[in-house]
Write a protein that binds this ligand. Structure first.
Ligand SMILES: NC(=O)c1ccc[n+]([C@@H]2O[C@H](COP(=O)([O-])OP(=O)(O)OC[C@H]3O[C@@H](n4cnc5c(N)ncnc54)[C@H](OP(=O)(O)O)[C@@H]3O)[C@@H](O)[C@H]2O)c1
Length: 271
């Protein structure tokens, strides 16, 4: 399809579209009439979302299944497919990811590598392969779902915190390099959001945790999160924190009194 056929609706590619925060991004962009590319591993969930959206969304929808841990060659091909759909992508939402529920000493190195593969290398590969096209088109917006775990680590999250700190640093650098190309980078740092993240979290041996934790059962809903951050997403803010008061206080302490935060976190019961 030629670029003219897309009119001026934005073309938005969202990873982790099958669930939680990614699905909320999809629903929000659908309301705006965007053309959408939906990615994650579970093609049945993506197809179901596509058919559920058919009545709401006036944009076109492409289902593009992918595994963020499938490696550079495979992700480069997916990026080419995504771009070829409309010969244009305005927004890439790097959202797909997994968390962790295991103490460092009980965690296999393979599990830590998997967290980094999905959360870091997957997002970096898609961005690395799409950015030359965005540079050529002279515009673009990359949104990354990081976490407050990208700002400070807590127990049971060594690999997850490593992955989110890595993504923060990487996309801060990329933002500076992309400034002259009119491409914006937005890092979204949520606190606990009520999604399937805890059930899907990896335990030490790489199996799914399989349960919903207390922290997330009473947390903010993903659609509410999107409603709150949407004006800032539209304004292409560099970083958006969306969390409850506890995490906001922790972020404040991390910056101004890190010793106090460490003292609190060492004694806290995190699950
Ligand atoms: N919920 C929270 O409290 C919270 C807080 C801070 C940050 N975050 C971040 O928000 C993002 C979305 O998480 P969520 O809370 O919405 O959790 P979720 O409901 O478990 O959704 C995770 C999404 O990532 C996809 N995904 C997982 N592994 C993948 C892989 N190897 N390849 C491709 N896609 C993969 C899943 O789809 P498939 O299973 O279909 O592949 C799913 O769509 C993550 O990056 C997470 O770290 C979440």
């Amino acid at each position: 399809m030629t670029p003219n056929a897309t009119s001026n609706r934005p073309i938005v590619w969202i990873t982790g579209a099958s669930s939680g925060i990614g699905k909320a991004f999809v629903q929000q962009y659908a309301k705006e009439g965007a053309h959408l590319i939906l990615s994650s591993r579970r093609v049945d969930e993506l197809e179901k979302l596509k058919s559920d959206l058919a009545s709401d969304s006036s944009g076109d929808i492409m289902v593009l299944p992918l595994d963020l841990s499938s490696g550079d060659t495979s992700l480069m091909k997916k990026t080419e497919e995504a771009w070829a759909w409309k010969n244009k992508i305005d927004v890439l939402v790097n959202n797909g990811g997994i968390s962790q529920r295991s103490l460092f000493l009980e965690t296999d190195m393979q599990t830590i590598r998997r967290l980094l593969e999905v959360n870091v290398f997957g997002a970096l590969a898609l961005s690395r392969f799409i950015l030359p096209n965005m540079v050529n088109q002279g515009s673009g917006h990359i949104i990354v779902t990081s976490s407050v775990a990208g700002k400070f680590g807590t127990k049971y999250r060594s690999g997850y915190a490593a992955s989110k700190h890595a993504i923060q640093g990487a996309f801060d650098s990329i933002r500076q390099e992309m400034y002259e190309h009119n491409i914006d980078i937005t890092l979204v740092c949520p606190g606990p959001i009520k999604t399937a993240i805890t059930q899907n979290s990896l335990t030490g041996d790489g199996q799914a945790f399989g349960k919903m934790g207390d922290l997330h059962t009473h947390a903010m809903d993903a659609n509410e999160m999107l409603r709150r951050i949407w004006p800032k997403i539209r304004a292409r803010k560099e970083e958006i924190i969306v969390s409850g008061p506890k995490e906001r206080l922790a972020l404040y302490l991390k910056r101004l009194a890190p010793g106090i935060l460490n003292r609190i976190l060492k004694r806290s019961k995190v699950v």
